[in-house]
Design a binder for this molecule. Structure first.
Ligand SMILES: Cc1cc2nc3c(=O)[nH]c(=O)nc-3n(C[C@H](O)[C@H](O)[C@H](O)COP(=O)(O)OP(=O)(O)OC[C@H]3O[C@@H](n4cnc5c(N)ncnc54)[C@H](O)[C@@H]3O)c2cc1C
Length: 457
């Protein structure tokens, strides 16, 4: 089988690359290989009743399949260069912003119309944060919500499947470089293409490492973010979330001068588990549909850790901490803030008696047995800092779920075209270590599609 372009991975990076290619070149032959299932077959078995915890399915429906890790996400497309990746370092800030806005237009065309765009520009909260030693980062955010995000993906798939060959449940095993182009091997078959776009996301990190080793593509270790997910009554944060939806706030701790930041805020949302290569961590999402709203808001508080010499394995460090919490809690641990500061384990009774009804069935436990002191101290300091702009954040009943770990793929060496040192091999999205968000990953897909189209002219 011969194609002009083979795309590995049907997450946002792969999808928007395919979309741009078929929109601008009606003759182009494209195949997309995806390790996971088609969208309609993606179903996490956790139902909260029969199956309460992650059972480590061979293909995790939360992380894999059409739509990638973003399919059941909150669908928050942040249009900013302040966070979400470093795409701007390769393609420039103006181009990166333009592409993120272009992706937003596509999302609107495929079912996102009517969803809200929030912005920090001109908000009073910038000053209020500053007065309380907090920094509010600049961004516009389109909140599609888990439900509309799904509709957009469904519609884009309908459009793409008219012209693109999709191979689902087909992990690519290896890539062989030829004189011109590449051989892609999947399920004991070989497929040929002049150009190959790799967009395998975080779930593909181990495979990506192997490809880089085999093809002698240089890599650099990246950071890992470790912390907890905070859940509290939505009213406590409503003045912020009503105006900004998601506020990315950074706090510099007094004790160690570490940066602690809020991440992935989900007003009226739910806390969920996430499985990365068998390690269960915590995440969150929320629906656009008011009928699916909960009474709580959740967000992560994270501390970034970088390692250089002699230990370089940032992800390995994060994995070990997550494993420890899995070992003690059988999955995710939940603790009341009041119990944490009093140095005692939470138990089911105290959580039941509390004012915050947990949206995730996690094991009551003690996060101080899992998280390193320095990280935990930073998180506690930040909770008290947030309490000044959102009184009630530091209430005893505020729930902390652990651990939340943001793994970053190692940074793969790519040039300003996002092309590896091999001609025609593009590495994009979270799998490249360059992006860590829906908007940046999608924009990187559109960008490399443009580069391939230029070559074909
Ligand atoms: C629960 C959750 C909520 C999130 N919420 C948000 C949010 O609101 N906003 C935001 O900006 N970001 C969010 N994120 C992060 C966001 O989803 C990712 O940044 C984004 O999906 C990255 O896109 P990608 O295309 O690079 O990779 P992915 O979306 O990870 O897609 C990669 C795809 O490649 C496939 N693959 C891997 N290896 C192979 C192989 N060898 N062969 C074939 N296929 C392979 C995988 O199965 C996967 O489907 C969330 C993530 C999760 C898990």
């Amino acid at each position: 089988m011969k194609y002009d372009v083979i795309i590995i991975g049907a997450g946002p990076g792969g999808i928007y690359a395919a979309y741009e290619l078929v929109q601008k070149d009606k003759e182009i032959k494209i195949a997309v290989f995806e390790a996971g299932h088609p969208l309609e077959r993606r179903k996490c078995p956790i139902d909260g009743e029969k199956i309460k915890f992650c059972i480590s399915c061979p293909s995790c429906s939360i992380m894999s399949g059409f739509g990638g890790a973003g399919a059941f996400s909150d669908g928050k497309y942040n249009i900013t260069n302040d966070f979400g990746g470093t795409l701007y370092k390769f393609i420039g800030k103006e181009k990166a912003t333009m592409l993120m806005e272009y992706v937003d237009e596509i999302n609107m065309k495929f079912g996102g119309e009517g969803t809200k765009m929030y912005s920090t520009s001109g908000t009073k909260f910038t000053k209020i944060c500053m007065q309380n030693k907090l920094k509010l980062l600049n961004a516009s955010v389109r909140h599609l919500g888990t439900d509309i995000n799904y509709v957009v993906l469904e519609n884009i798939y309908k459009e793409l499947s008219k012209t693109v060959d999709f191979y689902f449940d087909s992990p690519v095993e290896n890539i062989v470089k030829k004189d011109i182009g590449y051989l892609i091997c999947s399920k004991e078959k070989q497929y040929e293409a002049e150009n190959c776009i790799i967009s395998v996301g975080r779930i593909g990190s181990k495979w990506m490492e192997k490809v880089c080793e085999d093809m002698k593509i240089p890599t650099k270790s990246n950071r890992v973010d470790i912390g907890v997910r905070v859940e509290l009554p939505a009213v406590i944060f409503s003045h912020l979330t009503d105006e900004l939806y998601e506020s990315k706030i950074v706090y510099r701790t007094e004790k160690f001068e570490d940066n602690v930041r809020t991440f992935c805020m989900n007003p009226n949302g739910a806390v969920v588990t996430e499985n990365t290569n068998g390690i269960v961590t915590v995440n969150g999402h929320s629906y656009e549909d008011p009928d699916k709203h909960t009474e709580n808001t959740n967000f992560a508080l994270l501390v970034a850790k970088h390692f250089s010499e002699p230990f370089k394995d940032s992800n390995g460090y994060g994995e070990s901490i997550a494993r420890l919490s899995n070992m003690l809690g059988g999955g995710v641990i939940v603790q009341r803030f009041g119990d944490l500061v009093r140095g005692r384990r939470s138990n089911a009774t105290r959580i039941l008696e509390g004012m915050v009804r947990p949206t995730l069935a996690a094991t009551p436990g003690d996060l101080s047995l899992v998280l390193p002191k320095r990280i935990l101290d930073g998180i506690i300091e930040m909770i008290y800092a947030l309490d000044k702009i959102a009184p009630g954040t530091a209430n005893d009943d505020t729930l902390l779920y652990g651990v939340e770990v943001k793994f970053y793929n190692m940074e793969v060496e790519v040039d300003e075209n996002l092309e590896a040192p091999h001609k025609g091999l593009y590495i994009i999205g979270d799998g490249s270590g360059v992006t860590h968000s829906l908007s940046h990953a999608s924009a990187s897909g559109v960008y490399v599609a443009g580069k391939i189209l230029e070559k074909r002219k």
